[in-house]
Design a protein around this ligand. Sequence first.
Ligand SMILES: NC(=O)c1ccc[n+]([C@@H]2O[C@H](COP(=O)([O-])OP(=O)(O)OC[C@H]3O[C@@H](n4cnc5c(N)ncnc54)[C@H](OP(=O)(O)O)[C@@H]3O)[C@@H](O)[C@H]2O)c1
Length: 242
Amino acid sequence: MTIVLTGANRGLGHAILIGLAQSGYDVIACVRNNEKYSEDFASIAKENGVQIHAVECHLDDKESIDACWEEIETLDMDVYGLINCAGIMELKPVLFTSYEDVEQMFRINYFAPFQMCKHMAETVVRRGSGAIVNISSMASMGSQPGGAAYDASKAALNQLTKTLAQELAPFFVRCNAIACGPINTEMFANMGDKEKNKLIKAVALKRAAEPEEIMKTVLFLLSEDSSYITGQILRVDGGAII
Ligand SMILES: NC(=O)c1ccc[n+]([C@@H]2O[C@H](COP(=O)([O-])OP(=O)(O)OC[C@H]3O[C@@H](n4cnc5c(N)ncnc54)[C@H](OP(=O)(O)O)[C@@H]3O)[C@@H](O)[C@H]2O)c1
């Protein structure tokens, strides 16, 4: 079975890529620069005896997403799952946020997953089974100063997840999201110390997650072990919201 994954080149997406390969899935890795990562992907594929096919995909460009799926159609791989992992994050007060900032946030965190899900829906409805996992954030479930663009884009992703779960259930396709707490990746490292400390303080376990801890939940939501779970926004946030 093949899983389509965005953001596979680094951060959480890279941990998911390794987890998928270790679990025996073939992967279509949608990345901006497919040649740059070919050696890394080839070595993960070889180590685990699976196929990893990198496809160029610029998530801020609908035509690039459509072209990516045209290529996927030619690959003759048994596409079963989609993981929308790639994302961008910036927290800024509304007074300092431009219309264009919000557009860019939504382009990558909402419109791109929407278009990926739309293509995926066509594929898995034909197949008669499948699973979609959207990587959301605990920020989508509360509110904070600075969250007008990022938090709203992830809240929109949650709504897409719930809508798709209902529309695709008749075709035996499940759709869930993970509301992640802070994760030890570049995205978290790039935040200011004050913001990082505030986030960790809000988490009951008082630490950020390792990407592998989120990856295990992704694998669960793809697998038959979660066959009766759909339309859920599953918090994996170290107890940030209890
Ligand atoms: N880290 C956290 O604390 C945290 C917390 C909650 C939720 N999340 C969510 O977890 C997901 C993964 O985040 P991360 O922490 O792994 O972030 P990251 O380390 O910053 O990685 C972001 C990934 O998204 C890709 N990406 C960004 N813009 C893109 C574009 N226009 N086209 C194609 N790919 C693009 C990046 O590719 P390039 O290398 O080409 O830029 C990279 O693979 C995101 O959806 C994020 O919102 C993260």
